[in-house]
Design a protein around this ligand. Sequence first.
Ligand code: SF4
Length: 402
Amino acid sequence: MNTVHDTPGRSDDPAAPLLARAQTLVTDLSLSSVHAWKTQHPDGLIVGYMPIYIPRPLLEALGCLPVSLFGGGDQVDIIKGDSYFQSYICHIPRSTIELLQSHRYDVLDAVLFPSICDVIRNLSGMWKLLHPQQLAEYVDLPQNFSPDIGGRFYRLEMQRIASALTSRGARPLTDDALREACARENVRRAAIRDMDAIRARQPWRIAASEAYLIIRAGGVLDTVEHTELIRAFTAAVAERKPRIYDNVRVIVVGSFCEQPPIDLIRTLEKAGCDILDDDFQLGLRLIEGDIDTSPNQDPLSALAAAFIDHGAATASRYIADCEKGAALVHKVRTLGADGVIFAAASFCDPALLDQPMLEAALDRADIPYTAFKFSENTGQFQVIREQAGAFSDSVKLWGKVA
Ligand code: SF4
């Protein structure tokens, strides 16, 4: 038997103003806060980036504001975006092109496209053609995790990105600035870890849909401001009063790029699922552990090493001889989850190619799971609610899927 707080977001909830602010930041497609940053920092560059991960401390050390781009979600009608892509790929590039073509991204000085799939790669080429005045760079993240090979390669790649941004007016990179930016990132990661620990231990105190908003808001804030928001939220939820509620404890996997509508996450919660952990906003959680900021350490190598040595297991990360799904099974055991929900964007190759191997690992470990697909603009949740509700009931009654 678990518990949930009375009503998330109600007016006497001390966390309500923070959630309202986060929701505004997340849903503001005109990027007002980014425009405001630009006014306050006329010499700084705004650097957008697609999911999953970009070394944000590198950008902040160059005096840039990193801005995460997650398409238009369920907020934009696709008028032009569809004509750029075949029908059998995911939705996020369509809404991204729609936003680009409707000038919502004009405030960006540069855009980075990390190497996670062919769709993102193709989008980088399209962006170059459509907006040649903006710097558009494909970022090759290493798939070799030897420090001498992948680490060196990634360090060179980050140097290349830094030079490209500096040639567009960013501040030259210095070791001190990068060390300070990494230290700020470590503080943010500690705040996220603390919040995630509360949510996993006491999911009645922090709902997944709330954690999602608080973390995703950081995509348009600098590190210090985002850390303050997380800390304020964590302090506010400490005052929440719980009530008894019977939920099943799950982990959601597969939504690391295209994001489900927030109402879909709330639908899972209403269906009786306490989501202890998820990969919705994996980019800000991808480095598991601190970046080394010791004065005798080359900070660029340290940033590369953090990715090489402490990167989270995910579909776009090669794991060589390690057993696929072992990290997921470990997480289920560590958090005491009852099961797993696979929620992948329709046509997401990385997530859907990974899923059978993860399911096999769960089968071997006798961990129940269910799976569905979504699109960022999915508007009907009833079927998903029934499926998640049946999964929740089944796991509660029999400890497995009937
Ligand atoms: S949703 Fe999947 S396939 Fe689509 S861009 Fe993202 S990672 Fe690539």
